[in-house]
Design a binder for this molecule. Sequence first.
Ligand code: HEM
Length: 156
Amino acid sequence: MDPKLLFWTAALLDLAMLVGFALVGVRYARRGEIARHQRAMRIATLLVLGFLGAYLAKVFVLGREDQAAWSTLDVWVLRIHELFVLVMLVAGGVAWTQGRRLRETRLVSHDPSDPEPDPVTTRRHRIAGRTAVVAGVLGFLMAIGVLAGMYARASL
Ligand code: HEM
């Protein structure tokens, strides 16, 4: 199998797992199981960082994709996918920084002697987190299209 195709197949599996952990993490947050929420989001973040590291190594060793043989549709699917991934990274970063501010509050510790959470931080965290998760799901769906195009071209 073409090593680049193998790399992107593994990348899709990584994205599927990270979206899965993020969705499970949202369910935990809704149930008030914040320690589990944090753990699921940490694993999702590690899967993002793992991908970014692997991608840099791939560009270094195998080079970038040659898009000369790609149709206009394939290129658009890739661009939209990249846009969703960018939104996921930025919104996920915002959710993470706001989440860190919630850590010292009773919302996370359940200790009544800890301070109340700032409602603005809580709201920002929720909105940024939901944005990141929705962008991640859409980015994953578009990635299926990108990979399908790669397999189709490989069999020509
Ligand atoms: C430092 C780590 C984090 C902590 C301590 C944390 C903590 C919390 C807490 C306390 C809530 C409940 C807020 C409420 O009562 O409305 C919450 C909700 C939420 N968090 Fe986090 N979080 C963290 C990281 C993340 C990350 C990285 C994401 C996504 C990328 C995320 C996504 C969400 C979402 C989507 C909700 C709202 C769930 C819903 O009600 O629909 N969190 N988080």
